[in-house]
Design a protein around this ligand. Structure first.
Ligand SMILES: [Zn+2]
Length: 480
């Protein structure tokens, strides 16, 4: 059998987080009763005219800048004509020959290797309504349509076919989501459909330059499904070629219940859509002043922040990468690191106990009941030796559940370590008296018994002895 490689390009649709729709004043809020957020414009009634939402354009520019794209001074809205029940106008306003932005790219890292995935373009368009095939008494016979989503602003981000594995594609999609959410231009909520991905995938024998025939897998809304759908599709196409068949260009759907893709329709060509410039909207002209205004709102981006975390706080690059998965997490770390004066400890606690706890409970970093300064309070107690780090885990759990400070928990529950030699002397004396055999062995040169004796002192103190102090004191008494 030949060796094959996959060639994958993604088209990602992201809803922009504007309050109102792209061409009318209707609300974009998710979850309202069906058809309660509609007007003549987004219902496509005759004579209604679109007016472009400025905020949507600024968000699209911001996304383009963050992805290193060139924002075009003039872009043109175009009608993409097709009939579908959720598209009341019979066309979608999109951009075609002159999109908002060109070029750019993102760096992705998989299996320790970093590579650049180029972007072809970013354009603006309106979302369609939603067909509801389930959830009604007569759903077996009828489909209902909710137009609340009709006219919600979207950007479509089209990558170059630069990815060679399902893992790379999933990583690219995830990186892109992080950036859009980080910028605040999209909520990235995949369950609610704010972020969707179509994947173009073909395979070719290793070493072949020309591209194989591609299939498009439509509307994948999770990183895991994207990876699975692409893996399935690659195997399907390779099997087809190896058995002497050929891949047909078509649109396929990923079925989560069967773990397969299946054919939906033959793939349309651009000319099927009879694109032409939208006569009701002027060309979108973006001047330098507007670019400068948007640029001024640009936050420090994840990669830059990650590099700064390594340099400024001396934490490993791996930690910095994890801590810059979201702006909220990065803010949390930075506040805790500063307050504790111990960035590495802050990083360990956040990447360990904190992320584990919020994952277990299905929470978000924004909802964590332990503030960065409260976590810093716990770190300070450990650094001072008031409690051991293993006791710290229990204190952290109590802080998380009760919202109390580390100080008050340690005080009220009497958890402070015995850090006073006087209090330890009695325990050490008891241990020596109670374990004469072990003491004799130690004095006869069997040094391993020392660990056992330290353990007995720790036990005698109920785990509260400062381990170093206990060990030092015991050694002094034994060697005296
Ligand atoms: Zn409307």
């Amino acid at each position: 059998m030949n060796e094959y490689e996959a060639v994958i390009g993604l088209e990602v649709h992201a809803q922009l987080r504007t309050r109102t729709k792209i061409f009318c004043g209707c609300s974009t809020a998710f979850g309202a009763p069906p058809n309660s957020q509609v007007c003549p414009v987004c219902l496509g009634l005759p004579g209604a005219l679109p007016v472009l939402n400025r905020q949507a354009v600024d968000y699209a520019i911001k996304a383009a800048m963050a992805c290193g794209c060139r924002v075009e001074p003039t872009s043109i809205f175009a009608r993409k004509n097709y009939f579908y029940p959720d598209l009341p106008k019979g066309y979608q306003i999109s951009q075609y020959e002159q999109p908002l932005a060109l070029g750019g790219g993102l760096d992705i890292t998989t299996g320790g290797v970093t590579k650049r995935v180029g972007l072809t373009r970013i354009h603006m368009e309106e979302d369609a309504g939603k067909s509801l095939h389930e959830g009604f008494a007569d759903s077996d016979r009828r489909t209902y349509v909710d137009y609340n989503r009709s006219g919600v602003p979207l950007i479509e981000i089209v990558s170059e076919p630069d990815m060679r594995s399902a893992a790379e594609a999933a990583e690219f999609f995830s990186r892109l989501r992080n950036i859009l959410v980080w910028l605040g231009v999209s909520d990235g909520n995949m369950e609610e459909g704010s972020l969707r991905c179509d994947a173009n995938v073909s395979v070719r024998p290793m070493g072949q330059i020309t591209l194989g025939t591609k299939a498009e897998v439509k509307n994948v809304n999770s990183f895991r499904y994207l990876e699975k759908a692409l893996e399935y599709e690659m195997v399907r196409q390779i099997d087809l070629l190896e058995s002497g068949g050929r891949v047909v260009q078509e649109t396929r759907l990923w079925d989560t219940s069967t773990g397969r893709t299946h054919s939906m329709r033959s793939k349309e060509e651009a000319h099927d859509y009879r694109y032409f410039p939208e006569p009701d909207l002027p060309p979108l002209v973006i001047d330098e002043a507007r670019l400068a205004r948007v640029r001024a709102t640009m936050p420090e981006l994840p990669e830059a922040r990650s590099r700064r975390f390594s340099a400024e706080y001396g934490i490993p690059a791996y930690d910095a990468g994890v801590l810059t998965q979201s702006a909220a997490l990065a803010d949390y770390f930075e506040a805790a690191a500063k307050a504790a004066g111990n960035p590495k400890a802050a990083s360990n606690w956040i990447m360990g106990e904190l992320l584990r706890t919020i994952n277990e409970r299905g929470q978000r970093i924004e909802d964590v009941p332990v503030s960065p300064s409260a976590l810093a309070g716990l770190i300070v107690l450990i650094d001072k030796g008031t409690i051991s780090s293993s006791m710290g885990k229990g204190v952290f759990a109590t802080m998380y559940d009760s919202g109390r400070s580390a100080d008050s928990i340690v005080q009220e529950e009497g958890l402070a370590q015995i850090g006073d030699e006087g209090a330890l002397q009695a325990i050490v004396a008891d241990v020596i008296k109670g374990h004469a055999d072990a003491v004799a062995q130690y004095r006869a040169g069997k040094r391993q018994t020392f660990g056992f004796l330290v353990g007995q002192v720790m036990k005698g103190s109920g785990g509260k002895a400062n381990p170093k102090m206990a060990s030092d004191l015991l050694k002094r008494v034994l060697d005296a």
